[in-house]
Design a protein around this ligand. Structure first.
Ligand code: AHR
Length: 340
């Protein structure tokens, strides 16, 4: 009975926090509260603060956590969708702390602005595992470890690929006009991919980066920003699109503008993620190349938690393996073995 009362008190406090001081109750997914009896049943309670559901990649990523952090595997998962807003993620982390979860998994939408809340988690003795994107904090001890992609390397590889491709096409000396659809500004994926590509761009005097614009990793904005690029510039040679969903939007915009892309078209498209629909778009000759970003992070994080439970040390930075795919490869065969 005591436990139930404690639970009700927690609910009221949480509803107050989530609704702000106005009393307005913003009780969305983040209002999830677990019944304390699960602790008695020996479950490990994990709070996962996800960025949102802005892309195919993100949906696959969420699924990889949901399918491993199950009751059968001994977990009670509190899942919170931040709807691409840092303020939502901050609220959900505070909610997790209040509920005394055993672990917090955070996929931070942007890199900055986390010091205070991570300090609160540390003070409460709750380990925080970062997945996918990372944070820039004064004190690296505010989180236990990070697991995800080497975004800088993805961007650098994209630049290297373009260099080789242009050489193959005999276009090494030509002026190459480039536009970039960036992801959410200040997110690790945007920073790494932009900077990685720039590390090659800066070595090529004939590559002209006409404009960078963020389309927030979404298809709708990808289409909107690409339409704007196409209206402004009639001589785009290359589109660097920092995720597949923005690419899908951009391809629609290119088609609607009566322009063409892909190996038989005018605009060379470099994309990131390599989700299934993008592999299909490559097969249809719309995208030239796609740099993989592996969304299957759930099992890696679960393994980390198992090790922490046993009191074992874990590596602070853990990269996942990735590759790239282009239209010169046997994509149909490759797709047979891919799980996302
Ligand atoms: O942080 C990973 C990036 O975020 C993926 O490239 C993108 O699709 C997602 O929205």
């Amino acid at each position: 009975m005591k436990k139930k009362i404690k639970c009700v008190i927690r609910f009221l406090i949480s509803a107050f926090i989530l609704g702000g001081c106005t009393g307005k109750q913003n009780v969305q997914e983040s209002s999830q509260l677990y019944d304390e009896t699960v602790r008695g049943d020996g479950y490990i309670v994990v709070g996962f603060s996800q960025v949102g559901s802005e892309s195919d990649w993100r949906i696959g990523n969420t699924e990889s956590f949901r399918s491993i952090f199950t009751e059968e595997n001994g977990y009670y998962l509190l899942f919170e969708d931040g709807q691409q807003k840092q303020e939502n993620q901050l609220k959900s982390i505070r909610n997790f702390i209040l509920q005394e979860v055993d672990y917090i998994i955070l996929d931070p939408i942007v890199e900055t602005g986390w010091d205070a809340v991570l300090q609160e988690a540390k003070d409460a003795g709750i380990p925080v595992i970062l997945a996918d994107r990372s944070v820039k904090v004064e004190d690296e001890d505010l989180y236990t470890c990070w697991v995800g992609s080497n975004f800088h390397e993805e961007g650098r590889r994209a630049g290297e690929w373009l260099l080789d491709y242009l050489e193959e096409q005999g276009r090494s000396e030509e002026t190459i006009n480039i536009v970039t659809l960036q992801g959410t500004i200040d997110s690790s994926a945007q920073i790494g991919r932009t900077e990685g590509f720039k590390s090659i761009l800066d070595t090529q005097a004939n590559w002209n980066m006409m404009e960078y614009q963020s389309a927030d990793f979404t298809q709708a904005k990808g289409k909107e920003v690409m339409s704007y690029f196409l209206e402004k510039y009639d001589d785009i040679d290359v589109l660097v699109s920092e995720n597949d969903n923005m690419t899908f939007g951009a391809v629609e915009a290119i088609r609607e503008a009566g322009r063409t892309c892909g190996p038989d078209g005018e605009i060379i498209i470099l994309s990131f993620d390599s989700v299934r629909a993008a592999m299909e778009a490559m097969l249809q000759g719309e995208i030239h190349v796609d740099f993989e970003c592996n969304p299957i992070l759930g099992p890696k994080v679960e393994e980390i938690i198992r090790r922490l439970e046993k009191g074992e040390a874990v590596e602070k930075i853990q990269y996942v393996e990735e590759q790239y795919f282009d239209t010169s490869m046997d994509l149909e065969k490759i797709m047979e073995t891919r799980t996302y």
